[in-house]
Design a protein around this ligand. Sequence first.
Ligand SMILES: Nc1ncnc2c1ncn2[C@@H]1O[C@H](COP(=O)(O)OP(=O)(O)O)[C@@H](O)[C@H]1O
Ligand SMILES: [Mg+2]
Length: 335
Amino acid sequence: MSERLLDAKKNALEEEVEISLRPQYLNEYIGQESLKSNLRVFMGAALHRGETLDHVLIYGPPGLGKTTLAYVIANEMKGKIRVINGPSIERTGDLAAILADLEPGDILFIDEIHRLPRVVEEVLYSAMEDFQLSILLPRDGSSKTINLTLAPFTLIGATTRAGDLSAPLRSRFGIVEKINFYNEKEIAGIITRTSGVLKTPISEKATSLIAKRSRGTPRIANRLFRRVRDFANYARKNDISQEDALKALDALKVDCLGLDDVDIRYLTAIIERFHGGPVGLEAVASAIGEEIMNLEDVYEPYLLQIGLINRTPRGRVVSEKAYAHLKKNHQKKLF
Ligand SMILES: Nc1ncnc2c1ncn2[C@@H]1O[C@H](COP(=O)(O)OP(=O)(O)O)[C@@H](O)[C@H]1O
Ligand SMILES: [Mg+2]
């Protein structure tokens, strides 16, 4: 089997496990307390009135539980969920067909909604506002507008980049909620839950070790858990001890703050090549050969959160904490 095929197979397997680890209802969804208490009110009120829930926009960095929350909302509202991905919908007709097919109370989940093409996005405006669809159909050289009344539905949009959403689209969401990084205790709770689902007991110390290195991100916590489990199982054990966890995390080169190779190269480049900043993201990205979007969406949010970098109008600046963490001395500025 080729390397890529193996990779794809492994990813499919990982995805399967990830799905099995998803909480189904709000009371299993750990953390995000204020978001949960808001949602409880909005969902409870809609159920009481016998109406559909208002449209929900969930935004925040990858791996924090946006998709999971969309499924949780569908379960709580007892609605059928239909899942589509922003960039995969290319033509207005594709979205119109999906909308026309919805039944009352259905949930339409659009992941990466900021990547929906603008012409497609415009179809959503009247659909969201008053469940009306008007589409222009070409017909013998001229065109004809078709108006269609849709079933009342709830749109849930998820995005890592709320700022990239157009104003008309954003304003049509009645509920807008940000998902934040989780604290260590919450991540430890997620690891404990995962250990239960996967029937692999883990010591408290090993849990806290993984929690510290998970960047406040459930997806990473679950991934690290599975890799640490591999190390324990390889040693013919079913329980995970602190030693297993330490050995695995060191082998995976995840440092004590959870930083990986890309974070380290990013910080080192700013320190060594740009005197600690300020420097534009484009310059850093090209210095380390990473994509700008990837750095901005996946890496920077956590580095900002733990105060290793700051964003200034003139660019990115690394903090004293970053120097201390990397044990670097300030490079003398030439100018
Ligand atoms: N609040 C939570 N409680 C427990 N597990 C969670 C929570 N949020 C996310 N997870 C776990 O993390 C994984 C990644 O979450 P996901 O919803 O796919 O993130 P996103 O869509 O924001 O990228 C899920 O498979 C789930 O197991
Ligand atoms: Mg997702």
